[in-house]
Design a protein around this ligand. Sequence first.
Ligand SMILES: [Zn+2]
Length: 229
Amino acid sequence: MSIQKIPEKNSILFVWLNNYAGILLKTPSKTLVIDPVDVKAKNLQNIDAILITHEHYDHLDPPLITEIQKATGCIVIADVASAKKLQLAVPKEKLQAIKPEMEAKVGEVSVKAEKSNHPAQAPVTYIITSEDQVKIYHTSDSLPFPELAKMGQKENFDVVFCTVGIAPSSTPQTGFEIARLTKPQIAVPYHTATAASQKEFAELIKMELHRTACLIPEQNKIYQISKRK
Ligand SMILES: [Zn+2]
């Protein structure tokens, strides 16, 4: 699922890759893939960076990362526990371990790690800011946590990815709570295998949040999101 076209100015393109938190993201200058699993390396071309949020099987696939990294020469940014598991899979100079509150750069694209409320060893979530300041928040499979409200105020997110199923205790309601706290322009329900959970999330948004739109993604389709006016 490589994205051939280039996003317009002040926009990003994204593709949802699997039943989990796999997201391919393209800014005007860089292509990032987050938590790639259940996808073929040959379908992920021109990748500049792989981002990993935690070590669970549905987020971290070391042989796949080796394959993508070898084919593209990309860097790999990973939480501390995943980085440890990737030591033999990725050349040392291409691997960056990251902790909450640390920032990494992919050219002019900023990748800032934040905490994650999920039972893993050292899980993170990622705030990605494109070179023209489009703000994406990939919450991995985090449950809501209080600091999200402040982050939402500070960052003025354009898009927030919200887990609505599969992960421990996560439901359309917990996904909705992430959207309610972060108040993005667009909330995207993911990490689920059922359309019903996405629909339930969309209905909650429609009822309760008047300044947030819901985008229900289909897998392997390209979506463009423009910066909030
Ligand atoms: Zn997961």
